[in-house]
Design a protein around this ligand. Structure first.
Ligand SMILES: CCCCCCCCCCCCCCCC(=O)SCCNC(=O)CCNC(=O)[C@H](O)C(C)(C)COP(=O)(O)OP(=O)(O)OC[C@H]1O[C@@H](n2cnc3c(N)ncnc32)[C@H](O)[C@@H]1OP(=O)(O)O
Length: 835
């Protein structure tokens, strides 16, 4: 247990040791500039080289290594399954399958859909039934009574009764009875009733059904072992997955059940409380919560909050594990959403109130070759979400069973101790605020009134919950399995938008595969790149990617000679298909986000000085590092609701500086050190990069500027353009959202209408060729941009009958003021005339 926690902490703050070493031993910070540059470049290149070597070794000895692993017995090759899969898929997929499933393990994990037949005759004939019936059972205590008897809930009931009595003019006794009945109903509608029997039946059913539409469900054996250890630690596990599909919670529970780990209670939106299925979900661990906690905006539903709060607290006390989809819904864009802190804050409350001694938080990332739930294109083009019904669920299940969705990969991150995490944040806060630790302690005494924590929440506490939530989402994103379809979609949209040959695509795929491994990403495919690319193209299908066999003829001695066939590949880059393709591509975008931010800022900086045509002709364009950092910071601020750029414990400025250094190591930009930088200054800055960010001495020394020369050699210019293109669709969305603000001058608009205005502005400009990317027409980023304008105090929003109404703040209620906002964002839009 201690191991898990300490490893986690080691991982999270891995390079501190190196930094502290530089700090402890100032001699090491006194290298010459050249030496430091050389060390930086060498270590970067060595990393790439080591990765490449490791990859080769892994590829050659993959199965030998796996055979010696201690976790193999559960999985065994089962001919009927392989036969079924191979018959139901295309030749390319079959190749990939034979490469992978035929072995005991997938090279990138273990396929959980395959079961060892066992030794007895019964288990050989009825291996699934035998396997499922031997699975471990757990006690899932109900907490109804303890919740209803909780003193704080009783207080909330009295408070709600008092409010009703004063508002509705009824007697206190009647109001109290009403409030009590309501609390009971809320609890009945909410609570889970996990049943071992139903879990086993469902597991058996899933063994039968999952292979109909997915080829394999892969997870690393070492992660399962880690979870098993954590499960045995006697602390509640808080599973925090990112949410992509309805299959997420099914896969999560399935993995836990088949590995004999206690299944959690899962916070499910009450839109899933549909007839029949709702009951089943409840018996499989779902507890239903309102998606929006206060139905009437501005009025807190005290009774509901208190019931939910107490229910979670008591469930934790009773030893349940909890699973929360921290984003509060499925991502519609393929990028992670910003986390919600409500339920996480209750878990923190449970620790602070001493109800649990600690909890293990487990970030989880799940990814699919193809999304089972169809796509979100309708919603992203402004149509309202269709609510789940009994009939729609049946239809969805039926169409899912007939589909081919490839591989599912689940990645469990290392659990981290809530207590350790809080201790760390507390230390950070103490250092920052410089108050004696005794005054800053987070461990509160039992809070007297903790109605969902609301009346005791300090801003500091909110930030703390928020930081943990962001940390979790960051961790999940970093370890998100990258599927073959993600890479292919990413390359097609950003590198080969006008099409390419299959050979070119495979070449680029290979290069990106290496690059992703260098970046420590979880690449969820193996085998020959050509097979993988074909598999991805099959899975994406002709709706998203067009493939055409073309005959190439050559003229020899004036005569046409028949030669080769080539396959031409072309992404379907028109609306609405391109939005779906960008969903798959966006998973990879998060891996390149910092590079793209810096390069986009570099373009913005160049745009402001591009009039110097002499510099271009002489191939002597330079930019200042500080200006680049400044612009990058601005861009990060603009896109702060789109991406979590770094962990809350990291400083974004450092990350940007590091990205600039990395770009210079790849020679895309070259440091012109002689111009401004003194040796001593460089040493200091280098030491600062390795330093604990809280060190006062370094905070107070503002580093001097450095100049970088942009390398215009074609290879580097192409790479730069590629990184630049990645953010252009989003920047277009934000620019036109800012442009539309002028429609609010002197009036207000409902959120839906405002979003429609931005969409139609984008559509008009897409038709005119001013907007180049169809994927810019996307509701989620538009809503995020409105959130940004609210944060910038440009927009104000109030709710009227649960509809958000937007209007401009007084100081921005003019054309010129809105134009300023537009200009701020449009700086990052590379205009055609200089393109
Ligand atoms: C073996 C085979 C098995 C098969 C397999 C079966 C599986 C069978 C299970 C099915 C299971 C389905 C699962 C579906 C998956 C979903 O349905 S995902 C959707 C539902 N889940 C979630 O949303 C979870 C995450 N969401 C939250 O935690 C949200 O905060 C809530 C609780 C939903 C509320 O959201 P909201 O109304 O938008 O309000 P929000 O702004 O978040 O804040 C609410 C309150 O929380 C508190 N709060 C919020 N942020 C903070 C903070 N940073 N610090 C402190 N307090 C905070 C405050 O009290 C706040 O109130 P105010 O003081 O602001 O008034």
């Amino acid at each position: 247990m201690v191991d898990i926690v300490s490893t986690r902490l080691q991982e999270v703050y891995a390079n501190w040791e190196t930094r502290t070493e530089v700090k402890r031993n100032p001699e090491s910070a006194r290298y010459s500039i050249d030496e430091l540059r050389r060390i930086g470049q060498q270590s970067y290149r060595k990393k790439i080289h080591d990765r490449e070597q490791a990859r080769k070794i892994r590829q050659n000895s993959l199965f030998r290594i796996k055979e010696t692993e201690p976790f193999s017995p559960l999985v065994k090759n089962k001919p009927s399954f392989l036969h079924y899969c191979c018959n139901s898929c295309t030749p390319a997929s079959r190749n990939l399958l034979v490469n992978t499933i035929n072995k005991q393990h997938m090279p990138f994990g273990q396929n959980l859909l395959v079961v060892n037949p066992g030794v007895s005759l019964f288990s050989k004939v009825f291996y699934y039934i035998s396997h499922v019936s031997n699975l471990k059972e757990y006690d899932y205590p109900k907490v109804t009574q303890t919740v209803l008897e909780d003193e704080r809930l009783k207080d909330a009931i009295k408070l709600a009764a008092w409010e009703t009595a004063s508002n509705e003019n009824c007697s206190e006794k009647d109001a109290l009875a009403k409030a009590k009945a309501r609390a009971k109903t809320i609890l009945e509608n909410m609570e889970a009733k996990s049943s071992n029997l139903l879990l086993k039946i469902t597991t058996w059913l899933l063994y039968k059904l999952l292979p109909c539409f997915i080829k394999s469900a892969v997870v690393l054996p070492s992660q399962i072992e880690m979870l098993n250890k954590a499960n045995e630690a006697g602390l509640p596990l808080i599973l925090l997955p990112l949410h992509r599909s309805h299959l997420d919670y099914i896969m999560m529970s399935f993995i836990l059940v088949v590995n004999n780990i206690r299944t959690p209670l899962i916070a499910a939106g009450d839109n899933l409380r549909i007839p029949f299925f709702g009951r089943i979900l409840r018996c499989l661990g779902a507890f239903f919560i309102k998606r929006r906690i206060d139905p009437v905006a501005g009025r807190k539903d005290v009774l509901y909050r208190a019931t939910l709060h107490t229910y979670i607290m008591e469930s934790l006390r009773a030893g349940h594990n909890i699973e929360v989809f921290i984003e509060g819904g499925r991502t519609r864009t393929g990028k992670p959403c910003m986390p919600k802190g409500g339920i996480l804050s209750v878990i923190l409350d449970a620790y602070m109130d001493g109800i649990i001694e600690d909890a293990l938080l487990v970030p989880v990332a799940i990814n699919y070759d193809r999304l089972v739930d169809g796509n979100f294109v309708r919603e992203q083009l402004g149509q309202p979400k269709k609510m789940e019904t009994f009939l729609s669920t049946i239809k969805a299940i039926w169409s899912t069973l007939r589909g081919d969705y490839g591989i599912v990969k689940v990645d469990f991150c290392q659990p981290f101790s809530l207590r350790e995490m809080l201790k760390y944040f507390q230390n950070q806060q103490n250092k920052l605020v410089k108050t004696p630790p005794s005054q800053k302690t987070l461990k509160s005494t039992m809070s007297s009134s903790s109605l969902y924590g609301t009346d005791v929440i300090a801003e500091e506490y909110r930030l703390l919950v928020d930081s943990i939530a962001r940390h979790v989402v960051y961790d999940c994103t970093s370890s998100m399995p990258i599927m073959s379809t993600n890479v292919v979609a990413f390359l097609l949209l950003n590198k080969f938008r006008d099409g390419c040959t299959l050979d070119k695509l495979v070449e680029a795929f290979d290069a990106m595969r290496n690059d992703l491994e260098v970046r420590d990403k979880d690449v969820a495919f193996c085998g020959e790149s050509i097979d993988i690319v074909n598999h991805a193209l099959d899975i994406l299908g002709p709706g998203l990617v067009k493939q055409q066999r073309q005959e190439i003829t050559e003229a020899v001695d004036g005569q046409l000679v028949k030669s080769n066939f080539i396959t031409a590949i072309r992404p379907v880059s028109i609306l609405p298909n391109v939005i779906e393709l960008s969903y798959y591509s966006n998973t990879v975008l998060t891996c390149y986000i910092m590079d793209s931010v810096v390069v986009t800022s570099l373009y913005a900086e160049l745009q402001s000085q591009i009039h110097d045509s002499m510099a271009i002709t002489e191939n002597n364009i330079t930019v200042s590092k500080n200006r680049l950092i400044e612009r990058s910071l601005k861009l990060c601020d603009i896109l702060k609701y789109e991406f979590i750029f770094c962990k809350p414990c990291q400083e974004i400025e450092h990350l940007i500086a590091e990205t600039i250094d990395n770009l210079s190591y790849t020679d895309m930009i070259n440091l012109v050190e002689e111009v401004h930088l003194q040796e001593e200054e460089w040493s200091k800055r280098y030491a600062r990069n390795f330093d604990d960010s809280s060190d006062e001495e370094y905070h107070n020394t503002k580093p001097r500027d450095a100049q970088y020369k942009v390398n215009l050699i074609s290879e580097h210019a192409q790479r730069m353009e590629f990184l630049h293109v990645l953010l252009r669709p989003l920047i277009d969305t934000y620019t036109f959202s800012a442009f539309t603000l002028r429609k609010l001058v002197g009036r207000s608009l409902a959120e839906r209408d405002l979003v429609q205005e931005v969409l139609s502005e984008l559509k008009t400009n897409l038709d005119r060729g001013i907007v180049n990317y169809g994927e810019s027409l996307c509701v989620d980023p538009i809503k995020n941009s409105l959130k940004l304008f609210e944060k910038w105090n440009v927009l104000e929003c109030h709710s009227q009958e649960n509809v958000k109404i937007f209007y401009l703040k007084d100081e921005y209620d003019t054309d010129s003021a809105t134009t300023k906002i537009f200009d701020t964002i449009a700086t990052f839009k590379w205009t055609r005339n200089v393109d």
